[in-house]
Each structure stands twice: as structure tokens, then as C-alpha cells.
Design a protein around this ligand. Structure first.
Ligand code: FES
Ligand SMILES: [Fe+2]
Length: 342
């Protein structure tokens, strides 16, 4: 039977994870934690992101304390210089005609890529799909990034919480929960490999719709919520306003930093704000409040792991998506355990 999934489970090495926002990578080295390890990254003069384990092969010093030079990096301890492929090309203590030991190279990840305003890294050959969102390629949407949130939490439990709809009236009573119905309407989940989606429609009070105040539309309107999940921790919620028009998309990407810490990279995509940066900022502030309501509970879990054995917890018909999450993650762990190493 599957073991509970912790942030530092070795299977998670076989997936794409956000390391930082693209806009935070500069021509000076930066260190970011992932799965209990540190990675150093920088942008080379051609604009490409380079990333390696943040550890010099000489005396294992953190390379992020060094300097970028040409396209590569120079260690701040004894000045060994590595080119953009991670190969050592200079050992100052050995002079100009030094013979460089072949093992003097940096550990590279299986992959680095930029997408959706983030840098993603896969430590080893990924078995799950690259990050994607339903708004990809649709230029009618504008993106607004939440600040990166860092918390004591379990990434699996946060993914579970993002997909959960029955907690709205209780955890989010101070933000949007008061207007939510308690009963979860029937819905079904469509699985496709290591991804799934779930969609349902319900009535809600659209207090933001200006046409309600002028009597053009009723207060109670219809909206469709579509959740899309990709293993292990890429999530999306699209909210379509079926009466008032417009779509809000929330992207939610989790980085398991170590056994006890998660970073949350969340962004909003909106097609209904007429380019207003004030309205986007108000939407971001509201979303931060909502996530903090969730974290107040999620950060207090005693055991920071997500049970993958379905007999450990109790599941009801309102929990179909979150039960599917456990099934997909169990399959992900199985696939990753037989995947080749980078
Ligand atoms: S530890 Fe990096 S050069 Fe010595
Ligand atoms: Fe929530």
C-alpha cells in the first residue's frame, strides 16, 4: 500500500517544480531550495536561465556566494570557474596550464524551463507533464502575480485544499465563503493520465456585477467552476460567469522546499478588468487573503503528509476530486520509482 506523501519524497525529484519567478532571475547568482536541496540559478548574457546544484565540487561551498562571469559562474571560495555547461574551465591555484580534473563539473538538473512567468526545474527525468493552463495562448487574458508565499505546510495537503470545495463556508467565512452554498452539487471527474479535471455549475450572489445595482441582472447568477490538476502540484481553477460574462483563472503551483516548507506561486488571469491595474491589485490582495485563510489551518497539521492509501481517511461523494488526487499521486509515485535517473 502507498505510503503517505511527504514534501521530501524522492519520487518528487521526477517532476517539474517552480523554483522562482522569471523576473527574479538576474545576472547575479540566486539560490532556491527544492526537495531539501539548494539550486543556484542565473541568467546568462543571451538571456537563458542556467541552473545547477548550489554546491561547488571542490569543497562543496555554496556557489551562489560566487559571481557570474561570461556565461558561467566563479566560486567565491577558491575561485574555480565553470562555464555555462557546468564544466570547470579554470582552477586559479594551479596556474594557466592546469590540467582540469574531469570530475570538476557541476551537477545539472534533468531540465530547466521558463513558463507562465516562472522558472521550472526537474531534478531528474520528469514523468509528469509540463505545466500548462487553459488560458495558454489566449491574449485576452492579463496575468497578475501574487507575492510568493512561504509556509510550514505539506504540498500534497495544499493541493488537496485547493481542489476542495466543501470548506468554503467554514474556512472562508470572512472573504467569499458567506455567500457559498454548503451543499456541494453533483459533479464528475475526468481523468487523463497524470491529470484530471472536474467541473460543476452553481448559483452564487454576484455582488461585484455593476449590472446588479442598476437592475439589469439579478443578484443570484450562475457560474461554472472548472478545476484542472496535473501531478504532482500544478493546479488551476477557472471560474466562468455564465450570466455576467468573463472568466477568472487562478493558477496555483506548489514547490515542496523541504520536509516542512512549501512555497506557493499563484497568479490570476483575468479577461474582465479592462486593463485596470488597480482592479488587478485589488483581486490579488483578495486572493492573498483567501490563501492566508487556508494556510492558517494547513500550517497547523501535525503530520505534514498526504495519505495516499484511501482507507486511512473517510471520503464522501463531495470529495471525488480530492480522492482522485490521491489516486493520481499514488500512480505518479509508482511511475517515478521506475523512471531512469538523470
Ligand atoms: S569550494 Fe569552490 S573553489 Fe573551492
Ligand atoms: Fe480554501
Amino acid at each position: 500500500m502507498s505510503q503517505p506523501l511527504r514534501n521530501d519524497d524522492p519520487s518528487l525529484r521526477h517532476a517539474w517544480h517552480p523554483l522562482c519567478r522569471s523576473s527574479d532571475v538576474a545576472t547575479t547568482p540566486r539560490s532556491e531550495g527544492l526537495l531539501g536541496e539548494s539550486w543556484v540559478l542565473w541568467r546568462d548574457p543571451t538571456g537563458e536561465v542556467r541552473a545547477f546544484r548550489d554546491q561547488c565540487p571542490h569543497r562543496l561551498a555554496p556557489l551562489s556566494l560566487g559571481q557570474c562571469e561570461l556565461s558561467g559562474i566563479r566560486c567565491g571560495y577558491h575561485g574555480w570557474r565553470f562555464d555555462e555547461s557546468g564544466q570547470c574551465v579554470e582552477i586559479p591555484a594551479l596556474g594557466h596550464d592546469a590540467v582540469i580534473p574531469p570530475r570538476a563539473r557541476l551537477s545539472a538538473p534533468a531540465g530547466v524551463m521558463e513558463s507562465h512567468g516562472m522558472v521550472f526545474l526537474a531534478p531528474e527525468t520528469p514523468v509528469s507533464p509540463r505545466p500548462s493552463l487553459s488560458v495558454d495562448g489566449d491574449t485576452s487574458f492579463t496575468r497578475g502575480d501574487l507575492p510568493v508565499l512561504r509556509s510550514r505546510a505539506c504540498a500534497g495537503l495544499l493541493a488537496d485544499n485547493f481542489l476542495d470545495v466543501a470548506h468554503f463556508p467554514f474556512v472562508h467565512a470572512k472573504t467569499f465563503g458567506a455567500d457559498e452554498e454548503r451543499e456541494v452539487p453533483p459533479y464528475h471527474v475526468e481523468r487523463d493520465g497524470l491529470t484530471f479535471s472536474a467541473s460543476y455549475e452553481h448559483d452564487f450572489a454576484n455582488r461585484e456585477d455593476p449590472a446588479v445595482a442598476s437592475g439589469l441582472r439579478p443578484l443570484i447568477q450562475r457560474r461554472r467552476l472548472t478545476y484542472r490538476y496535473t501531478a504532482p502540484f500544478h493546479l488551476e481553477l477557472a471560474i466562468e460567469f455564465l450570466d455576467a460574462g468573463g472568466t477568472n483563472v487562478i493558477g496555483f503551483f506548489l514547490t515542496p522546499e523541504d520536509g516542512e516548507t512549501v512555497r506557493i506561486y499563484s497568479s490570476l488571469w483575468r479577461d474582465d478588468l479592462d486593463g485596470s491595474s488597480e482592479r488587478m491589485q485589488a483581486a490579488i490582495d483578495f486572493e492573498v487573503e483567501v490563501v492566508e485563510e487556508d494556510l492558517a489551518l494547513q500550517s497547523r497539521y501535525e503530520g505534514l503528509s498526504l495519505p495516499l492509501d484511501p482507507t486511512i481517511e473517510l471520503h464522501t461523494r463531495a470529495d471525488r476530486t480530492t480522492l482522485e488526487l490521491r489516486r493520481v499521486l499514488a500512480d505518479f509515485v509508482d511511475l517515478a520509482s521506475s523512471a531512469p535517473h538523470a
